[in-house]
Design a protein around this ligand. Structure first.
Ligand code: CS2
Length: 501
């Protein structure tokens, strides 16, 4: 039932929020923007913006210098821009688990620039001396990384666009390069670029790809970047489903707020950051962020266990007819598959992670995946497989091949992706595909050789050298054939029973 008394989310409403909603208990007018964030999606709003809201709300001296200016660079960011600008950049964050749910309006986002239409404003902000940190959630694919060369993919259409049309960029590289060029010219001082994407060594990747981009036609900027910009690595974590009408209705009916773009997330959150900043940083350790000298073990653990298991649930679960992650994580036929993948194929690759008991960590993952109140979508997980596979799944297969260990369950995830790309499920229904490489993937998957794994493995920018390993090719082919001939559920059962290995 629609609640007719729902108030719009804006600065005015903050004065009189419904009793069950917490608001920013600070004066937003006094905030100064110190962080520019590119990629304001659900995740940024449930994670980084919340940490800063906590910090500013805690009243720590200087915390008010670290408000966020958000940036959207994709055409589809228009919806976020329109919603946020009407709401004075405020939005509702709902945390849910079981029958518990809490809501608060987040105030740390002070401004939002739709860079796709106003790139000049973004360049000017990067050159503004008050901005000390640029944070990024550009997605795994946003770094245009070629798996085979281990370098920036200069053939990527976005990269090519930005090299030939630097004032109308389409990728983070175009924005950052032009912005840093102006920062250097304005003598605005050093700055930190902090990647918050799920890539191992995300800081290193951001640094090496940006430098590779700059060296193409801004070679004189390279030494300035080396001397003035720091790129810390970090591990980020919080499961945040895509916002749909259901979340808007929840916020309206339960919290009496009319929010055009709320965000719902699990209660768990984690952020481990390498303490390497060029121009200061907010005291985020006060609000639960862990600063360390070496983020690598945390990143590897999170990406290879959490993100990889997500992928293993997403494709195969979708093919089995499930639509939500919690359904898959609770399905008795999936649980032994997921646990065995984590225990036997991934855990042996993870070194000691300081302060973490891996058994407890894995058990907590299964619980988090099973959170049915957040209704995380299988299709959200299935998005962008071309960039997630090489980060979440394939490196573990490579390491298992190297140490002559097992990888059947990981390979089943790859096989499920290949079957998923076919575009029709077992009932002949259309499978929606969201991937920047969709066209190319579909062409292979739906063409004559769509069952032949060699045609996929030939995409070396995604699969690297895996296609050269005859055992892996044979193994993967067996799994793909089984999926086509016997179906998803039968293949899962066969792998769990050990009859395909
Ligand atoms: C997911 C991640 O997109 C994916 O495939 O695995 O978005 C995941 O939910 C987050 O990394 C959790 O921190």
């Amino acid at each position: 039932m629609t609640n007719t008394t729902a108030a719009p989310v804006n600065e005015q409403t903050l004065k009189n929020l419904p009793a069950n909603v917490q608001g920013p208990g600070y004066d937003r007018n006094a905030l100064k923007e110190g962080i520019l964030h590119i990629g304001v999606g659900g995740f940024h709003r449930s994670h980084q913006a919340l940490y800063l809201d906590d910090l500013i709300g805690g009243g720590e001296s200087g915390a008010d210098q670290w408000a966020i200016c958000g940036v959207g660079i994709m055409p589809q960011d228009k919806a976020m821009h329109d919603a946020l600008t009407k709401q004075d950049c405020l939005y509702t964050l709902v945390e849910r688990i079981g029958d518990k749910s809490t809501a608060r309006v987040i105030g740390s986002l002070k401004n939002y620039i739709f860079g796709f239409e106003n790139p000049e404003e973004v360049f000017a902000k990067i050159a503004d001396p008050a901005i000390k940190i640029v944070t990024l959630t550009a997605t795994e694919g946003g770094y245009c990384f070629n798996q085979l060369t281990g370098k920036l993919d200069l053939d990527n259409a976005g990269v090519k666009n930005d090299l030939s049309d630097p004032l109308k960029p389409r990728t983070i590289f175009g924005y950052l390069t032009e912005g840093l060029k102006r920062r250097k010219a304005a003598n605005a001082g050093p700055i930190t670029i902090l990647s918050c994407d799920n890539l191992q060594g995300n800081g290193h990747v951001a640094e090496s790809t940006l430098l590779a981009f700059c060296s193409q036609n801004n070679a004189d900027l390279v030494p300035w970047i080396k001397a003035n910009v720091k790129f810390p690595n970090c591990m980020v974590d919080r499961i945040t489903p895509v916002t749909t009408d259901a979340e808007k209705t929840l916020v309206r009916d339960v919290y009496h707020l009319e929010d055009k773009f709320p965000v719902v997330a699990e209660p768990f959150k984690q952020w481990v950051v390498e303490d390497k900043f060029a121009a200061g940083r907010p005291a985020l350790e006060k609000v639960g962020v862990q600063f360390t000298d070496d983020v690598a073990p945390y990143e590897k653990m999170k990406i290879r266990l959490l993100n990889a298991t997500h992928s293993a649930m997403g494709y195969l679960g979708y093919l089995c007819g499930y639509r939500y992650i919690y359904e898959i994580a609770q399905a008795p036929e999936f649980i032994p598959y997921l646990k065995a993948m984590m225990d036997q194929e991934v855990t042996p690759l993870i070194a000691n992670v300081p302060g973490i008991n891996l058994d407890e960590y894995k058990a907590s993952l299964m619980e988090r995946f099973g959170n049915e109140s957040i209704k995380d979508q299988a299709l959200r997980i299935c998005m962008d497989g071309s960039s997630k596979m090489p980060k979440f799944i394939l490196p573990s297969i490579e390491e298992e091949i190297e140490r002559k260990g097992p990888y059947t369950r990981l390979a089943l995830c790859v096989a499920s992706w290949i079957r998923f790309l076919n575009g029709k499920d077992e009932a002949g229904q259309e499978i929606p595909l969201q991937d920047p490489q969709a066209e190319r993937l579909r062409e292979v998957a739906q063409g004559q050789g769509g069952r032949d794994v060699r045609n996929f493995l030939a995409m070396e920018d995604i699969f690297g050298n895996l296609g050269k390993n005859a055992d892996f090719v044979e193994h993967l082919q067996k799994l793909v054939d089984h999926l086509y001939d016997k179906g998803a559920r039968a293949t899962l059962d066969a792998v769990v029973a050990g009859s395909i290995n």
